[in-house]
Ligand binder design. Structure first.
Ligand code: NAP
Length: 223
């Protein structure tokens, strides 16, 4: 049992939900942050006393700050924060793309990640804690017209820079970079692709190395 505490955004589904379950299994306390209050409340009831439901929108800095404050009060501090919430686009490309949808994407995939880090750092610093964020295989290569992919290029660039900033006080930052994962991100089931539990394992690996090692990126592709 670690007795440590992890804040997870996008915890109501897919990678975030699987990570919350695996973290509790490994002895972590978890803060479940997502907009679907019913879903995370149900999950917290299922996971027990080491899980706290924290409804909110990543695009609202104050909601993340308040949630991290509540989590810290409940468990005595926060050791790790996983900026995982993210969204895709129905219509790819610039020519046909929908500027309203880009607005939502930028507020979730870019500002949402920045806000998680901004809200979490005051809690992580005293514990030399760990920031994690979900990038993507789509943030490591060019894909014709992918505005979504470009938002993940931000995550990869920012995550590396934040790792350097956090290293100044002994903190660590890891980018989790999955290829296609079988989650509600897609309309159809993807049984042959990576399962969310595989990505949860990658997160737990990154936070459980010796304090001499800083895992900067875990890149996981379907076999
Ligand atoms: P998912 O099952 O659709 O989960 C997305 C999660 O993000 C949900 O919990 C959703 O919760 C949350 N979310 C979305 N917008 C939010 C907002 N404004 N505020 C708070 N929470 C928000 O998909 P997933 O595959 O697990 O996605 C998790 C991350 O992995 C995303 O960043 C995605 O880009 C990335 N990723 C996915 C794949 C893949 O193939 N699936 C590959 C690479 C990277 P609520 O709706 O309840 O708010």
């Amino acid at each position: 049992m670690t007795g440590k505490t992890m804040f997870i955004t996008g915890a109501s589904s897919g990678i975030g939900a699987a990570t919350a379950r695996a973290a509790v299994e490994a002895g972590w306390n978890v803060g479940l942050f997502a907009r679907n209050a019913d879903r995370i409340t149900e999950m917290a009831e299922e996971l027990g006393a080491t899980a706290l439901a924290l409804p909110g929108d990543v695009a609202q800095l104050e909601q993340q700050q308040e949630a991290l404050g509540r989590l810290s009060d409940r468990f005595g501090g926060v050791d790790a924060a996983f900026a995982n919430a993210g969204t895709g686009l129905d219509v790819p490309g610039t020519e046909n793309g929908d500027p309203e949808a880009w607005h939502r994407l930028v507020h979730t995939n870019i500002l949402g990640v920045l806000y998680t880090a901004k809200a979490a750092l005051p809690h992580l610093k005293p514990r030399k804690g760990h920031m994690l964020m979900t990038g993507s295989a789509a943030g490591r290569r060019t894909i014709a017209g992918s505005v979504y992919g470009a938002s993940k290029w931000f995550v990869h660039g920012y995550g590396g820079n934040l790792a350097e900033e956090m290293a100044e006080w002994g903190g660590r930052c890891t980018i989790i970079a999955p290829g296609m994962v079988n989650t509600a991100f897609f309309d159809a089931e993807k049984p042959d692709k990576i399962q969310p539990e595989d990505i949860a394992e990658a997160v737990l690996y990154a936070v459980s190395t010796s304090d001499k090692a800083s895992v900067r990126e875990v890149f996981v592709m379907p076999k």
